[in-house]
Structures are given as structure tokens and as C-alpha cells.
Write a protein that binds this ligand. Structure first.
Ligand SMILES: *Cc1c(COP(=O)(O)O)cnc(C)c1O
Length: 355
């Protein structure tokens, strides 16, 4: 039986990936030198495609690393001398703050309560914080922070850097890069690719801060410091031998998405999200974990199924639908359902029939 993965990451692969994989083998992509002209062309096209699809300004740089967690560490290492500030809506935000602490930083946290969430733009950021770290869509809880709130917050703290984790909301999330200095994601969620590739997007202010730290003889990391990544990206390369195959596949999927058009992809995501949330709003027993609609993620839907997560997931697995369990302590109480571009409305409808 062909399975459909509604897990939040890794997830269902994008429908064109098998075709692109075959083509990659045929064209010897895994054997290409990462210093050669063919790889540089792939690098250039992939970053160009990302800029087009996500509306990233020309002066931003895009780096390829190994994962989203790596991005969290590189950002702290490369931009924060002493103090970082973290807005936490779930386990991924918490992890980011913990990595900052591991790196010896004073990581100040603000925990947003799901039941009684504050307006994000009203959060007081401490004076000493150099960077504001926000998990825009926390996959552990399905808590979504509207970009408009992030923009309002940044307007109040223009002098601080602002970094957002958009791992499970790209390409749906429409980021206003005028008010975001750093964004990052990995490719096994919304892009429907194999895991093992992180994408880090930074503006010139970020690189200025890195240089400042370096001038003060601070540690900013080694082969994957923002400075090394930037210098190599300028010549369409990476410091190490990268995941060339996955960068190639990302480029192919980006081209497919550009052909469809981001507007159409976003609209389809909303239609599917509405189908999912309405189903559970009308359910006798189960309900969305996030109480306030404005904070409900359109891309990672978390449902409180009152301890029946395993039973439901087992039943659905027999029909070929693989759903995510709750995160951590919520393993048995929650179902997590991905709504990425690879997921089809008709499959969501037939999956829901078995719940
Ligand atoms: C999955 C996820 C990560 C971690 O991604 P990796 O590629 O495993 O490093 C980080 N943040 C969020 C919000 C995620 O969903």
C-alpha cells in the first residue's frame, strides 16, 4: 500500500522528487566537484530561485548548512556577544534558547502562554539584548506568530537584530524581509525533500555584526562561521563539501513551485487548513490545541485528541495515512498533521473520514 505521510518532518516528499532524483543520477550530480562550474551554477540557480519564490531582497545572502538546529547555533555564535532574547511558544524556541546558554550567552526568555497569549508586538525586549530570536511557527505546539506582529515588534527595536525560525512554515509564510534580518529553515518539511540541508538567509547588517565581533577577537565559530559562509557564498560555494544532491533537488522543486506560482500554493494551503480546522471544530470530542484562531498554524495542525493519539494513528496507518504523534509530554494527547505543498486536499479529506 502506498503511504501518505502527514508527519510534520520528515514529511511526504514533493510529488516531482522521484523524477528529479532519477535525473540527478543520470546527470552525475552526486559526483560533481563542489568547486567546479556546474556546482556553482546549481548554487546560483537555487539561491536565485529562493529569492524569487520567497521575495528575498537582492542584498541578502543565502547559506547552505546541515540543518535548522545548526542555523540556531550559527546565528548565536555569529551575532551575539553576550545577550540574546527568545520568544518561546514551544519546544523548538526553548531549544534555541538552550543552545545560546550552551554557548555561554545570557539567554533571556519570554514564554508565551497558549491559553492566554499576549500580543507579541507588546513584549518588552530587554535593553541589553542584541538579537531577538522568534520561532515563527513552533512545530511542537502548532503556535503561529503572525508576521504582522513580528514587523510591529521589530519597528520598536530597529537597532536589534531579529531572527526567525520558519522551518515548518515555508514556503507558505509571507516574510517581510524589510523587518527581518535572519530567517532559516530545513528542507524536509514544507519543501518535501530528504533531510540533511539547512538554509540560512541573512542581510548585510548581520554580517557587519559578525565582523564587529571578529574585530573584537570574539569567537564566531570556524568553518561554518557566518563570515566563512558569506565569503564562499559570494563565489557560489560552501566552505565544506555540501549536500550537493539535496541542493540540486531543492532547485528543481523551487522551479516547480515557481511554475505553479506562490500565490496558488498559499491559497491551496489555506483551503486545506480550513478543511482540517473546520473538521475538528465540528468534532464532539477533539479540538485544536491552540485556542486562539490568529495563533493557529495553517501548516502544522496540532489537535488535542484526549489521550487517543496512538489509537487513532494506528487505525489511520492501516489505511496508509501516517500522522504525527504529539511532541514530548503531549505524545499521547496530540495528533500533529502537516499541511505542506506536497499534501493534496483529496487525501486530507479521505484521511479525515477515518478519524
Ligand atoms: C524541525 C524543526 C527544527 C529542526 O530542524 P532540523 O532540520 O532537524 O535541524 C527547528 N525548528 C522547527 C520549528 C522545526 O519544526
Amino acid at each position: 500500500m502506498k503511504k501518505i505521510y502527514f508527519t510534520v518532518g520528515p514529511s511526504q516528499i514533493f510529488p516531482t522528487v522521484p523524477k528529479h532524483l532519477l535525473r540527478a543520477i543520470k546527470h552525475d550530480i552526486p559526483s560533481l566537484s563542489h568547486r567546479g562550474a556546474e556546482f556553482k551554477e546549481i548554487f546560483k540557480n537555487t539561491t536565485g530561485g529562493l529569492k524569487k519564490l520567497l521575495n528575498i531582497p537582492a542584498d541578502f545572502q543565502i547559506f547552505f548548512v546541515s540543518s535548522a538546529l545548526e542555523c540556531m547555533e550559527r546565528i548565536i555564535q555569529g551575532t551575539c556577544q553576550k545577550t540574546s532574547f527568545h520568544i518561546i511558544t514551544g519546544s523548538f524556541g526553548k531549544a534555541w534558547a538552550n543552545y545560546a546558554k550552551d554557548l555561554g550567552k545570557n539567554a533571556i526568555t519570554f514564554i508565551v502562554d497558549n491559553k492566554d497569549p499576549v500580543k507579541i508586538s507588546n513584549i518588552e525586549v530587554p535593553k541589553e539584548a542584541e538579537i531577538i530570536c522568534i520561532t515563527q511557527n513552533d512545530t511542537s505546539t502548532g503556535f503561529w506568530i503572525p508576521i504582522s506582529e513580528i514587523v510591529k515588534l521589530k519597528k520598536k527595536y530597529q537597532e536589534k537584530l531579529l531572527a526567525i525560525d520558519v522551518v515548518s512554515s515555508v514556503p507558505y509564510v509571507d516574510i517581510d524581509f524589510k523587518y527581518v534580518d535572519i530567517a532559516f529553515f530545513s528542507v524536509q518539511k514544507g519543501f518535501g525533500l530528504p533531510a540533511g540541508l539547512g538554509v540560512l538567509i541573512v542581510n548585510p547588517k548581520v554580517l557587519q555584526k559578525t565582523q564587529q565581533l571578529l574585530d573584537q577577537k570574539k569567537m564566531i565559530g570556524s568553518y561554518h562561521s557566518l563570515k566563512n559562509l558569506s565569503e564562499k557564498a559570494m563565489i557560489f560555494q560552501t566552505p565544506e563539501t555540501p549536500n550537493v544532491l539535496n541542493i540540486y533537488l531543492l532547485n528543481q522543486v523551487l522551479q516547480d513551485m515557481l511554475k505553479t506560482g506562490i500565490g496558488k500554493i498559499r491559497k491551496a494551503t489555506e483551503v486545506k487548513a480550513n478543511t482540517l480546522y473546520s473538521f475538528f471544530e465540528n468534532h464532539q470530542e477533539f479540538e485544536a490545541f491552540i485556542k486562539h484562531r490568529q495563533f493557529r498554524s495553517p501548516t502544522t495542525i496540532v489537535i488535542d485528541v484526549k489521550g487517543q493519539s496512538e489509537t487513532i494513528r494506528k487505525r489511520l496507518a492501516k489505511k496508509g495515512f501516517v500522522l504525527g504523534a504529539g511532541y514530548g509530554d503531549n505524545k499521547v494527547n496530540h495528533l500533529r498533521i502537516a499541511n505542506f505543498p506536497a499534501h493534496q486536499l483529496k487525501d486530507i479529506k479521505s484521511m479525515l473520514r477515518h478519524i
